[in-house]
Design a protein around this ligand. Sequence first.
Ligand code: DX5
Ligand code: ZN
Length: 224
Amino acid sequence: MVELLPSILSADFARLADEVHAAERGGGTTVHVDVMDGHFVPNITLGPPVVQSLRKHTSLPLDCHLMIENPDDFIPAFAEAGADWISVHYEACRHLHRTIQLIESHGMKPGVVLNPATPVDFLIPVLPMLHHVLIMSVNPGFGGQRFIPYALTKIRQLREMRASMGLTYKIEVDGGVAHDTIAQVVEAGAELLVAGSAVFGQGHAERDGRKLLEAARNAELRLA
Ligand code: DX5
Ligand code: ZN
C-alpha cells in the first residue's frame, strides 16, 4: 500500500510541531526530514537538534534524507536525536557499503538516494542491505521544482530488480510529487511518496495531504 511522507522542507518551521500534526491527520505516515549542508547541495536546512525536538512531538518514524558531505560524521548524532530511517546519497559516499553498515549499527533503517543522473545499476551490490531506495525526481536542494520524468524509468527498473533478486526494499520517490505526477509514480511502482510543497505549500497540510494521498490510493486501486 502506498504511503505519504510529508517533507517538512516546505512547512512553516516556526510552527513545525503543528504542521507535522496536520500532515499526520491528512494521512502522512512517516515524516521526511531534509538535511542540507550548503556543500553537497546549494542550500542549508537543519540538523540533529531539530530532529531531537521533532522526536518529542510525533511518534511517526522520522525519515532523514541527508544531503550532506561526509555523512558518516553525523550518523551517530542523528541516531542519538531519534532518527528512524537514514538515507545517504550515493554521490556523497566514498565507502557506501561501510556507511550502510554504520547506519545499521546505530539501529536505524538504511536507505540510499540517487540523484537524477545516477543509474540504478550502481546499487546492485548493496541492494540486499537496504530498507529503501530513494529516487530523486528533481535535483536535490529545493522544494517546488519540476518533476524529471526519467525518474519513472528508474522506479520501474528498481521494481524489476527487486523481483528478480528476491528482495524487499521499498521504493521511495522525492521531488515534484504533486497532483499532476502522483498517479504516474504510483503506476511506475513507487510506494513511499515524499511531497513537500504539495502538502505544506498552501498552509493546509491536513486538507492537501489527504487529497494527495487519495489521488495516490486511487491510482493504486486502478492497478489492482
Ligand atoms: C529536495 C528535497 C525534497 C523536497 C521536495 O531536495 O529532498 O524532499 O522537500 O519538495 P517538493 O515536494 O516540493 O518537490
Ligand atoms: Zn528529501
